[in-house]
Design a protein around this ligand. Structure first.
Ligand SMILES: *Cc1c(COP(=O)(O)O)cnc(C)c1O
Length: 381
């Protein structure tokens, strides 16, 4: 075989796995052991001491996640929120963080409620506007936290421009890549320092595991601090969840491309529907950041939002009528979900009251469309 770099779809299946020489088993085992045998001379030459620090199943997962993002190291966490928390804990009291203004509400909650008690300051900024980000930098700013595309309005940030600006000022850049997944966007290639994932979403893909990850390149200066927070803080995933996620990663490419293709089809049909006011999907030509999205995320994402003509009651009525789309929060699973987003985000959210968010699963797209059409008929009348 030639030594050309392997395609991510291939890495997703092979990286971090090998056939067990003792048994010939093709799928990796789940190493549930919390502790590992010392060598007779007291060393740990086989590499593992205690599972909070490292575990063979977690190591396989981390190796695969690092390869998918083109990073040098991945650290797996018990949830996306634990990953976010651990990255923010790398900072010090008095530091300041700039954060995408419509970032995930849990990220905003951590900054607003938990980290203010540590004197970690933050400001929300429209990260789709690089000049606005530059203008918001303060003397004590240490980190720019970007979520792109954002959620639910799907704003797309210019990652290369933001990382150039941050580098020239010695700031750390983070991109929450949960919505795009490495299939559509690899932030490290655009100069971003850290990629954060809620692997609960598209990476897990089946709504049956909680997980998070942080991936960085070779030059990340706080790598040791972050590792210490992971192993001493202990917010690590169980071996079973690591194994389940590794299993799910094998099908990541086919899943998210199919989900995104259906999201594009549904955006086109929704945009034509008389009960719909506006559609938010980065691949929709009417989207504010469509040109940038074509560069950064060809394919888009399996998430889409739209506003109905009418108020929040109208939106809630539509949400109450779907049969295939299940009402629920979260995203990225094989089953489609529908949600009135303002209800879950609460005060401080910039989400319009008449907005409905859809997470597109793997059901046949015409079945999904028929379900939306019958639900929307209540809003057309
Ligand atoms: C869900 C989500 C998170 C938080 O992840 P959990 O696994 O629920 O803790 C963070 N960022 C984004 C973009 C998310 O969608």
């Amino acid at each position: 075989m030639s030594h050309a770099p392997l395609h991510p779809d291939t890495l997703a299946i092979h990286q971090g796995r090998s056939v067990d020489p003792a048994t010939g088993a093709i799928t990796p085992p789940i190493h549930t052991s919390t502790t590992f045998q010392r060598d007779a001379d007291g060393e740990y030459r086989r590499g593992h001491v205690y599972s909070r620090q490292s575990n063979p199943t977690r190591q396989s997962l981390e190796s695969c996640l690092a390869a998918l993002e083109g990073g040098s190291e991945a650290l797996a966490f018990a949830s996306g929120s634990a990953a976010t928390m651990s990255v923010l804990q790398c900072l010090k009291p008095g530091d300041h963080v700039l954060v995408t203004d419509d970032a995930y509400h849990g990220t905003r909650h951590q900054l607003e409620q938990l980290f203010t008690r540590w004197q970690l300051n933050h400001s929300r900024v429209n990260s789709c506007d690089a000049a606005a980000v530059e203008a918001a930098i303060q003397d004590n700013t240490r980190m720019i936290w970007i979520e792109s595309p954002s959620n639910p309005l799907q704003g797309v940030s210019d990652l290369a421009e933001l990382s150039r600006m941050a580098k020239s000022r010695g700031l750390i850049t983070v991109c929450d890549n949960t919505l795009a997944t490495p299939v559509f966007q690899q932030p490290l290639k655009h100069g971003i320092d850290l990629v954060v994932h809620s692997t609960t979403k598209f990476l897990g893909g089946h709504s049956d595991l909680l997980g998070g990850a942080v991936i960085h390149g070779r030059d990340f200066s706080l790598a040791e601090v972050l590792r210490d927070i992971q192993t001493a803080g202990g917010a690590v995933p169980s071996p079973f969840d690591c194994w389940l996620l590794l299993r799910s990663l094998s099908s990541l490419g086919v899943r998210v491309r199919a989900q995104a293709a259906s999201a594009v089809t549904l955006s086109e049909r929704l945009a034509e529907h008389p009960a719909v006011e506006q559609v938010f999907h980065p691949m929709h030509p009417g989207h504010r950041d469509h040109e940038r999205a074509k560069h950064y995320l060809p394919g888009g994402s399996g998430l889409l939002s739209f506003t109905v003509n009418g108020d929040s009651d109208k939106a809630l009525a539509v949400v109450s009528r779907t049969e295939l789309f299940t009402r629920g929060t979260s995203l990225g699973g094989v089953e489609s979900l529908i949600e009135h987003r303002a209800s879950i985000e609460g005060p401080g959210s910039h989400t319009p009251d008449n907005l409905i968010r859809l997470s597109i699963g793997l059901e046949q797209v015409n079945d999904l469309w028929r379900d939306l059409e019958q639900a929307l008929s209540i809003a057309s009348s």
